[in-house]
Design a protein around this ligand. Structure first.
Ligand SMILES: Nc1ncnc2c1ncn2[C@@H]1O[C@H](COP(=O)(O)OP(=O)(O)OP(=O)(O)O)[C@@H](O)[C@H]1O
Ligand SMILES: [Mg+2]
Length: 229
């Protein structure tokens, strides 16, 4: 049974042309996939559907064979907790410290005191920011914010990890650092989906690729081809 399965999903936003129409894909546990397509193709929308931040107009989205669109509110947050998500716009609190940003989901999950501090420090060590934990996010570079966002996404040791355009505005060395981290998350056992429109990234760190084109999602072999979406 696939870990993630979308069957005939359609999605349109109010008053807009459909983003997806009768699209299907499946991802087995432990796989690493890219999700690509031109800007506006619907990559972020796919993540939102998988996270239940948006609902499909039609079709099924299942995890472990269970249709998540049918989950009640309480189980929706449990569903989200098994997914670590790095948002395209980071979604960090600029006026809080690095440490506080990473601690927030754990705090909401009921962690307190020395245990919380230890876990936060451990997460920051994984991305190499432990000794900068008291700095405010406001002054960080885009790449550093990306690292904080990755640390936060790893809070509940998620079995599934989504990164939305994680190398978007980074120089090559920071992009490689971020991709190495994501590869490591995969190597430790997580199922990973990275959304990107950077074909150079796909050719450098090769992996299976889903392409959103003409409102459908297809598996393609982009790693070997000339750049074109
Ligand atoms: N909340 C919303 N309300 C209305 N339209 C939306 C909303 N979110 C996305 N869209 C539209 O849906 C389409 C797909 O958007 P989405 O953000 O999923 O694309 P994307 O592939 O992630 O693009 P990018 O590469 O620029 O991040 C776009 O045309 C966008 O304008
Ligand atoms: Mg997007």
């Amino acid at each position: 049974m696939p870990l993630i399965e979308a069957e005939n999903i359609s999605k349109s936003y109010l008053g807009m042309l459909p983003v997806l129409e009768n699209s299907s894909f499946r991802i087995e546990s432990g796989e690493f996939f890219y999700l690509t397509g031109v800007s506006g193709a619907g990559k972020t929308t796919v993540f939102k559907l998988l996270m239940l931040m948006e609902r499909p107009d039609t079709g099924r989205v299942s995890f472990d064979g269970q249709d998540i669109t049918l989950l009640e509110t309480r189980n929706r947050s449990l569903h989200r907790r098994r997914i670590g998500m790095v948002f395209q716009d980071y979604r960090l609190l600029d006026n809080e410290t690095i440490e506080e940003n990473v601690a927030i989901p754990l705090r909401v999950g009921g962690h307190r005191g020395p245990g919380l501090r230890r876990q936060t420090e451990n997460l920051l060590e994984q991305v190499g920011l432990a000794d900068r934990r008291r700095e405010k996010v406001l002054g960080l570079s885009g790449g550093e914010k990306q690292l904080v966002s990755i640390a936060r996404a790893l809070s509940f040791n998620p079995g599934v990890f989504f990164a939305d355009e994680p190398t978007g505005n980074l120089d090559q060395s920071m992009a490689f650092r971020v991709m190495d981290l994501i590869k490591e998350i995969h190597r430790k056992g997580a199922t990973v989906i990275v959304a990107t429109h950077d074909l150079n990234l796909i050719r450098t760190f090769r992996a299976r690729t889903l392409l959103i084109k003409d409102r459908r999602i297809h598996e393609v072999r982009l790693a070997d081809s000339q750049p074109s979406l």
